[in-house]
Design a protein around this ligand. Structure first.
Ligand code: BDR
Ligand code: CA
Length: 323
């Protein structure tokens, strides 16, 4: 299996991602680190521990990370993820406490200790990852790839052009993009498209197996499409969200990527936090612009096999027999 470390802000769809990572036989989930984003970092730690316990993975190390972005003021997304950051589902409190080391220390330790290069999967603002890369740059020698949920080649969600995770801490995202390791961007262009049909969500919710049932509850909380209304016939359908980034780790063939230059807009004003993806044909560009500034190349997810990832998610979380 692929050694994977997830950095998250659990978060309804981060929870869906963790459930998948725990159950997929091709993924060896070695650690989970927590960062402020969907809710405050202590809430994220609590939610993460609870979800792992419910998924039967109470022994995966979990560490608390940054409580606020590098430069931006702290801010939360409670309007999307509920007061507890987990859809106010009333989940039990976790039985254990997090590791006695901080997220950056745990990330460094797990990455360097892994016998095989690690795939790092941030599904949250990139504060912890930026601090790791700046504090312990030697970790890059044992990182296979960073597959991050964030950014958008097209429309944003936090602002017209910026996606939440990048917008929340744009400087951190800029540090990630220049890390010098292979990077896959699982951005809004694909993120919003992978939706589990209502009938599957209902079946999961009725499952007697706690992990599958939790996935059903979480999916039922996720809006299928931005702006779907209560009378929407797809109301019960739920987006996989961050879990799609884990699908892209387990099954990269389901994601169509293009290797493109990407830059984060750090300027104050309406573009701050935008991932500027250069989709122009490359030929002759240097001549036209008198030698454009070199931007890091990122494998940007631009298309996704929706059915394939929905099937992958369902068979992983509920097992092949139940579906
Ligand atoms: C991202 O922001 C969070 O609300 C979700 O968990 C996801 O990681 C989407 O913009
Ligand atoms: Ca998230």
């Amino acid at each position: 299996p692929i050694p994977v470390v997830v950095d998250c802000d659990t978060g309804v769809d981060d929870a869906l991602a963790l459930l998948f990572a725990v159950r997929h036989p091709g993924i060896d989930l070695r650690a989970v680190t927590c960062v402020a984003g969907n809710t405050d970092v202590d809430g994220v730690v609590r939610n993460t521990l609870t979800v792992l316990e419910q998924a039967g993975a109470g022994d995966v190390p979990v560490a608390r990370g940054a409580g606020r972005p590098l430069i931006e003021a702290p801010r939360s997304a409670r309007h999307v993820h509920g007061h507890d950051g987990m859809g106010d589902l009333g989940l039990p409190a976790p039985r254990r406490t997090p590791a006695d080391v901080d997220a950056v220390t745990l990330l460094r330790r797990e990455i360097l200790a892994s016998p095989r290069p690690v795939t790092l999967v941030p599904t949250a603002p990139l504060t912890n990852v930026a601090l790791l890369l700046r504090t312990h740059p030697e970790v890059t020698r044992n990182i296979e790839r960073i597959v991050f949920m964030g950014g958008a080649a097209g429309a944003g969600n936090a602002t017209p052009v910026a996606e939440f995770n990048v917008w929340h801490d744009p400087e951190a995202a800029a540090i990630l993009l220049t890390a010098g390791v292979p990077i896959t961007m699982y951005g809004l262009d694909v993120f919003t498209r992978v939706v589990v049909p209502a009938a599957d969500v209902r079946r999961l919710r009725a499952s007697t197996e706690p992990g599958a049932r939790l996935a059903g509850e979480l999916l039922a909380h996720r809006p299928a499409t931005p702006g779907s209304r209560p009378d929407d016939p797809h109301e019960d359908a739920g987006g996989l969200g961050d879990a799609g980034a884990l699908c892209a780790v387990a099954d990269p063939e389901g994601l169509t990527t293009h290797r493109l230059p990407v830059e984060v807009s750090l300027a104050p004003g309406p573009t701050r936090g935008q991932t500027v993806v250069d989709r122009r044909p490359r030929v002759g560009e240097a001549e036209i612009h008198g030698g454009a500034r070199e931007q890091p190349l990122v494998d940007v997810g631009l298309d996704v096999d929706v059915e394939r990832y929905v099937r992958l998610y369902l068979t992983t979380v509920e097992g092949p027999g139940d579906g």
